[in-house]
Design a protein around this ligand. Structure first.
Ligand SMILES: C[S@@+](CC[C@H](N)C(=O)[O-])C[C@H]1O[C@@H](n2cnc3c(N)ncnc32)[C@H](O)[C@@H]1O
Ligand SMILES: [Zn+2]
Length: 407
């Protein structure tokens, strides 16, 4: 018998995820009351709901490896049962070495067992230490990883600094944030503390959340004279996930900082606009559409949320593979690619129509009509009822009124 399994003293079951077979906590054994969130009750973390997050991570890592055209090293410093790192080693071509780590002894043992179960002991190393300590050990130039995947409980900010330092020049950094209450403006003070930017409880708060995470990564990287570019990012279920390419150099850091700014929002009339820091000076904060006082979110990332060519590479990888979330993932990839360069914010039809007491038209019809009238218009992966467009709120309202009259 495998030595590691003798030390696993809680109910487990073997599951298959992607190409990996892994022993995970038997979640049903840890639920005491109906409706309890089982993954956080188990002695080792495994969340089956995050399979899509891991599927996308596989595609992003493979796309990244294809751009380098050489073997890569990867670190997953917060690994739980090890499923993500094991999948990287099994499913991504050109992965030479994976270091997975967890501070929890039981997680370490389970991950070690899973690495052996998958016959990966030669390529996957399992560590049991504080993530920041491990990453700090890898901060020296010749010790850095090609890719670092930070997938914590809640906020990635406690690990951002060391993760950025542990990735090489040109490296890939992936960050998950599940603390949507701060990021979406339910706990704004917590968001300011963690991300250094103000959130806003608007209908497009998920996009603000994603842009706050990227913005925080930009300022964190800038301290080390490192710039970054989002290659892919998405907001799905109850988390946001960003994949950024790091580029060393003061100029790169300055260029990234230039893409930070603010979103101004009018809660009275739905008007919104973006501003860089300079333009904010001297503004009276009044809505140019209705005169009400506007609120703001930021500083946050105002640049592109993804790189279209990188999305195409991910799409090609998705096409080739069989995986459980394939259909949903492909939809997310296509939508993110289409909106990669679109300006921030979107209108949510339900929200506008409920305030103005207009019927809610199908979102695709609104997009088509806007385009026919000469506006740019796109669907967004952030919200199935969301429309990204250059039409102002007055133009949008006029169009919705006309559409309701012609019904
Ligand atoms: C959300 S779980 C990881 C899930 C995993 N990435 C996956 O895809 O299944 C977060 C993990 O971080 C570990 N952790 C929390 N703080 C840590 C720290 N300071 N250093 C290392 N691991 C830590 C926890 O024990 C937990 O297993
Ligand atoms: Zn207004």
């Amino acid at each position: 018998m495998n030595k590691a399994i003798t030390k696993i003293d809680f109910p487990t079951e073997t599951i298959k995820e992607g190409q990996a077979q892994v022993l995970v906590p038997k979640l049903s054994a840890f639920v005491e009351k109906p409706g309890e969130y089982a993954p956080s009750k188990a002695p080792v973390f495994y969340n089956p709901i995050m399979e899509l997050n891991r599927d996308v991570a596989i595609l992003a890592l493979q796309a990244y490896q294809r751009t380098l055209k050489r073997e890569i090293s990867v670190c997953e410093p917060l690994a739980g049962c090890g499923v993500r790192g094991i999948r990287f080693a099994r499913e991504v071509e050109g992965v030479k070495k994976v270091v997975i780590n967890d501070i929890n002894k039981k997680a370490y043992r389970l991950a070690k067992y899973n690495v052996e179960l998958n016959g990966l002991s030669g390529r996957v190393t399992v560590k049991n230490m504080d993530a920041n300590l491990l990453l700090a050990w890898h901060a020296a130039p010749h010790k850095r990883f090609d890719a670092v995947d930070v997938d914590p409980f809640g906020s990635p900010t406690p690990f951002m600094d060391s993760a950025i330092r542990a990735a090489r020049d040109g490296g890939l950094l992936a960050l998950t944030a599940t603390d949507m209450a701060p990021l979406c403006g339910v706990h704004p003070k917590a968001c300011m503390r963690k991300y250094g930017g103000k959130p806003l409880r608007t209908e497009y708060c998920h996009e603000i959340a994603l842009r706050l995470v990227v913005g925080c990564a930009v300022t964190t990287a800038a301290k080390h004279e490192i710039g970054l570019t989002p290659l892919f990012s998405h907001s799905t279920d109850h988390y946001v996930r960003v994949y950024v390419a790091l580029k060393h150099g003061a100029k790169e850091a300055d260029d990234s900082l230039k893409k930070l700014g603010y979103i101004l929002h009018c809660f009275s009339c739905f008007h919104r606009e973006t501003m860089n820091k300079n333009a904010l000076l001297g503004r009276d904060g009044k809505c140019p559409n209705c005169g009400s006082k506007m609120d703001y979110a930021g500083p946050l990332w105002l640049g592109k949320i993804a790189d279209e060519n990188f999305c195409t590479l991910m799409e090609k990888e998705a096409e080739k593979r069989l995986f459980k979330s394939k259909k949903r993932t492909q939809k997310i990839l296509a939508l993110v690619k289409a909106e990669a360069s679109a300006p921030p914010t979107y209108y949510v039809l339900d929200k506008i129509c409920s305030k103005t007491r207009l019927p809610v038209p199908p979102v695709r019809v609104v997009v088509e009509t806007l385009r026919k009238e000469g506006f740019e218009a796109l669907l967004t992966h952030f919200n199935p009822k969301g429309v990204k467009t250059d039409a102002s709120i007055s133009e949008m309202l006029a169009l919705l009124k006309r559409m309701s009259e012609s019904e």
